[in-house]
Design a protein around this ligand. Sequence first.
Ligand code: ASP
Length: 357
Amino acid sequence: MKIKLILKSILVIVLIAAMIPYGFSQDKNLKNIVILATGGTIAGFAESGTQAGYTSGQVGIQTMIDAVPGIKKLANITGEQIANVGSQDMSVEVWLKLANRINELLATDDVDGIVITHGTDTQEETAYFLNLVVKSDKPVVTTGSMRPSTAVSAEGPLNLYNAVAVAANPKSKGHGVMIVMNDQIHSAQAVTKTNTTSVETFKSPMQGLMGAVIYGQLEFYRTPHGLHTYESEFSVKGVKELPRVDIIYGGVDMPADLIDLSIKAGAKGIVIAGVGNGNMNAASLAASKKAAANGIVVVRSTRVPTGYVLRNAECNDDEYNTIASDELNAQKSRVLLMLCLLKDRSLDDIQKIFYTY
Ligand code: ASP
């Protein structure tokens, strides 16, 4: 009799567990969204609401969700804490953990979209990385804030609300990874941080906004440029680390020995944040040529905020065996090159990849 009762109880528990996958309290009319928290200013804390100093990555995901009125009417929401760091401390280790978890969640019918809370400093890199390695057309949105959760007029709660609204909207499918902040929807491929403190920091200077979201109501103006997510050839399945790629910043009398030092320290690729159209001085060009001859891939990007880096324009890439970054800034060129170097690829193939993603 007792055993029957125990078995019955176990059966009821198993059934309930099966009805609440990933901890969703199910409303059949709503989409299931998982929020993966990584820290940042959106989870930041300060002693007063008006001080400039604060510590990133202090508040847990449940507290952040509870701080957003009405968010549970947008979707069935569940949260997971993947990390809790300022995004200056974001790492390849966390990227791989995030990518694998997202791919695992989106492969099931129980999850309709993902929101990632993230510091703004390196958010464009994480978003672009995920844009290249997530294997799904379901919406993936990153968000954050410029003001800590304790600030007067903290904008994190509305950003999180809008991010969930975008992730839960069927219109968002197939748009690759998006950054949603300040009522705007940006494509991970096009977006960059442009201001150190303003809430209007994310811009897509070459392509413009992908869409807008006002208190959860959204509109898309365009689709993303370049291949992404389910169309991408890149995968980090089983990958434990990414090859080292360094960025070297150009300027007057640019020290060419930084290129040699980088290679000595283990870099397999180098991105030059060059002057103008991805230019560098003669000494650095010579060091690049030598690096390329030794199998190191050198990408010419630029320190200029807008514009293309054109192949064989002022610099003869054919002669120096360098790659032109096209539209990608130095930090995104670094992400793409790290993924390119997971496999043996010719310089021609890598150049094509820079035109395609
Ligand atoms: N340093 C912070 C971070 O990236 C800045 C922010 O989130 O706005 O985590």
